[in-house]
Design a protein around this ligand. Sequence first.
Ligand code: SF4
Ligand code: SF4
Ligand code: SF4
Length: 588
Amino acid sequence: MVKLKIDNHEVEVPAGTSVLDAARSVQIEIPTLCNHPDVDPSAGCGMCIVRINGRIIRSCCTPVSEGMEVITTDAELFETRRMVLKLILSNHPSSCLSCARSGACELQEMANTFNITDAPLPNLTKRYDIDDSTKAVVLDNSKCILCGRCVEVCQNQQNIWALSYLHRGLATRITPANGINLADSPCIKCGQCSAHCPTGAIVEYDDTAKVWEMLRNPDLYTIVQIAPAVRVAIGEEFGFEFGANLTGKTYAALRRMGFDKVFDTNFGADLTIIEEATEFVRRFTKEPESLPMFTSCCPAWVDMLEKFNSDMIPNFSTCKSPHEMVGAMAKTYFADKAGIDPAKIRVVSVMPCTAKKWEISRSEDMKSSGYQDVDVSITTRELAKMIKQAGIDFRNIKEEQADSPLGEYSGAATIFGTTGGVMTAALRTAYFYITGKELAQPEFKDIEGLEGVKETKVTINGAEVRIAVAHGVGNVEKILNRIREAKANGEELPYHFVEVMACRGGCVAGGGQPRVIGGEYAKPYGITDHIRQLRANGLFTEDEKATNRVSHHNKSIQSLYDEYIGKPGGEKAHHLLHTHYTPRNMYK
Ligand code: SF4
Ligand code: SF4
Ligand code: SF4
C-alpha cells in the first residue's frame, strides 16, 4: 500500500494505482475524455492533468508513490483544461442540435462544465465521408476526438482489430486498416466501439423513421417484441435507477405508439431453449463427435464464427436467435391463427444490440414464412427516442401486459440477457429432458458474474457435462484454442457446451443500450462493470420471483408445439426455427 495526499486528503491505495483512480477513492473526479475502466490508459486527451510536487502531469498514466502530494485543481489547471477543450472543439463540428449523442455526450457535458459558451477558436473541423456501410454502426470521423477508446475496445477487449489509427498528426483518423469500409473489414457489428465512444462519432444506424412509416401505414399489421436486456436498461433514459425492470411500462408505451400486437422476445428465448436443449441432448447422448456445442443467439459471435472460425461451424447450435424465432412464429403460427396475410405483417424487434440489425437479413433462412422474419431491429436507445418523440410520459404510464400467444415467458427466458443466463436456462431444460426431473438447484453461481471465462460441471444421470461461458468476444479465443488442441491431440474435450456473448457482461451491456453519463455509477463514462451488474441483477431478480422458472413449462410454448410445430427438433421445427452458417473466411 502507498500513502499520499490528494487535495490535502490522506489516501492509501495499492502500489501501481494511477493518481486518477486514487483520487476517485476519495470521491475526487478528475476530468477525462479518454480514460475508461474497460481500457488501458492512453494519455490521449490531456484533460486529467494534476499538479504533483509543482509539476503538471497527466494523472491517468502516473502511478502513485509514497508521500506524493497531488493538487487536482487550481487556477492554472482549470485554464489549461479549458484550453485543451477549446483546442478539441476547434476540430469538432458544432452540430450538437442534430447529433444523436446530444444530451448524453461526454464532450458536450465537459464543455458545459468548463464554461465554454462561445465559439472559442477558429473552427478547423475536417469533413469525412460517413461510414454507414454495415447498416449497424455508423462512423463519422468529423466528430472523433481521437480519444482511442474504440480502438482499445475493438482490439484489446474484442480482439477483432477492425479499428485502428490511419495517418499521423493532424490527418489522423479512426478507420479499418487501409481506410476500407467497416462492412469490408473484420468488424462484427457488436457496437462496443459505440458504447465506449465519448462523442457522437460512432452511433447505431438509425431505423426509427422506418418504424414510424410502418406504424403510420393503415394497410400493415405491426408487431413488436422486446429483448430481455431492454427492460432493465430503458428506464435509465427516463431517470429510473440502474437495473429497474420496466417491462410493463415498455409494453404500455409500445401499445400507445400504435403497434397492433406487443409480444416479447422472452417467449422466443423459451422457444430457443426448447430447441437448443433438444439439440444438445441429441449431440450429448447420440452424437458425441459433434461436441462441444456453442450457443448461437449472439449475431456478432455468428459473424465472427463465419469470418474467422469456420472450422467450428459443425459445433454451432443451428437454432435461430430468440427475436428471429418470434418473427418466424408471428408470420406463420400467429398469422394462421389470426387469419392475417403474412405479407401485411411487419415485425419490429427492440434489442440491446447493433449486430441484430445485420442478423435480420443474414441469410435466406431468416424468411420462414417467405417474408423476412424480423423487418426492422432497433436498439433500446432508438426505442427511448421514439417514446420521447411520441410524447409518452414513460415515468408515469401504467404498466400493461404483453399480448397472447407470443407474450408468455419463464424466469429462464429473462436471464438470457446476461452472461451465463442462456447456459443456465438451457441446463435447466436439458437436465429435465435427460432425467425427467427438475434440477434441485436451478442456479449456477460459477457461471454468473463478470469473470471473462467461467466454467462449471453438472452431473446428469451420472455423466459429467463440462460447461464454459465467455463474454467480451476476445475471451472466446482461449476456449477455441483449448478445444482445437484437445481435438488435435485426441484428448478428452475440455467442454461439452459453451455459451458466448460478444459484449462484456452479455446483452445487458450491448452496443445499443442507453449511454447515461454522470450519475452515481456512470460517472463520467457511461457503461461500467457496476452498471452491467445492476442491470443483470434486475434480470436475476425477475427469474427468482417468477412462478415458472423453466422454459419447458411455458404453457404458450406447449400449445405452440401441440397445435403447430409438432416435435421439438422435428422437421417443421427445423424449417421454421433453425439456420445454416456459411464460411466467409477473411484471412484464409
Ligand atoms: S462494432 Fe465491434 S467489431 Fe466493429 S468496429 Fe466496433 S468494436 Fe470493432
Ligand atoms: S471514434 Fe469515438 S471512441 Fe473512437 S477515437 Fe474517436 S472519439 Fe474516441
Ligand atoms: S452480446 Fe447481446 S448485445 Fe452484444 S452483440 Fe451479442 S446479442 Fe448483441
